[in-house]
Design a protein around this ligand. Sequence first.
Ligand SMILES: Nc1ncnc2c1ncn2[C@@H]1O[C@H](COP(=O)(O)OP(=O)(O)O)[C@@H](O)[C@H]1O
Ligand SMILES: [Mg+2]
Length: 337
Amino acid sequence: MEEVYRLTRKVAQSNASILLLGETGTGKELIAKAIHQLSPRGSGPFIRVNCGALAENLLESELFGHVRGSFTGAIDNRTGRFEAAHTGTVFLDEINSTTAKLQVKLLRVLQEHEFERVGDTQTIRVDTRVIAASNRDLLEEVEDSRFREDLFYRLNVITIYLPPLRDRREDIPELVGHFLRIYNQQNNRHVPHVERRAMEALQAYAWPGNVRELQNYVERAVVLAPGDELTWDLLPEQVRGGKPPRIGRRRGADLETLVSELVEQGLANAGPQEDNLHAKIVDRVERELITQVMASCESVQIKAAARLGINRNTLHKKLHDYGLEKPGGPLEENAGG
Ligand SMILES: Nc1ncnc2c1ncn2[C@@H]1O[C@H](COP(=O)(O)OP(=O)(O)O)[C@@H](O)[C@H]1O
Ligand SMILES: [Mg+2]
């Protein structure tokens, strides 16, 4: 991380595009903001766009804006995020999710600093610095023809790689100390100490969610601690057991096995009029996904929605539909219709 911080300070002074690579939760957004703040553009806007959260057409109009009537639902002229980031920085998160069509448009903005709003012919010029992030190996995406090579090289002028937390366990004590200070202050608590056994468990854990996951567990422990120490028993089960968390457990197992288990169960439980296996299995998977993500977010819906990448109202409705509103509430798996 020393190297990351050194690079961050250095590249902040330039106007070059930056590519941040690393698993989710490794600190890409944090570094993007730091680069912006340390740069001569620091007083200008910092605009984040999650390219993975929107479908192609919506993302295009989000980035570049649109004119009234350019598509169904475009009831007004709208300024895009590139314009909003004029004199500042636009942070294109999950850029690997963009489609080929958008990649062409992005290449042009990077090269010429110009574009048109969707449905418009007038060319707009902006002074916007681009920082992009990907949680996939972009070069691999290029090799598999999912990402344009020219755009990759254009973005790849300076690349900063954020290593996963499991590869830099020596950072864990310092990060724990940092989050303890933050959450003690935020919650008006006094939990400055960490039990030795707790720190050992934290350093042994695999951290699939990286720093974000560590941050969540420290926050939770600070809130729950009865005394002035973060003790082992305050850590979630997967950290204490040294076992991978539930959501990761299936990762190695093959998906076909999981689905065929569900198919068998679905058929076994099916009534004679069963004709809706697809919806049933998708529901089962979605329900489990939401259950696990809600658990990992301490049932904070706004966090869970962000992590799932879905709208908060959508999550709320799904929690209701799946009977997941109250922990331990009634299960409605066999509800008809
Ligand atoms: N080195 C670090 N020091 C302090 N907090 C960090 C560090 N790295 C990540 N974080 C915190 O972890 C969380 C996840 O980081 P984020 O930048 O959103 O990751 P990513 O964009 O890679 O998913 C954020 O709350 C961030 O503030
Ligand atoms: Mg992120």
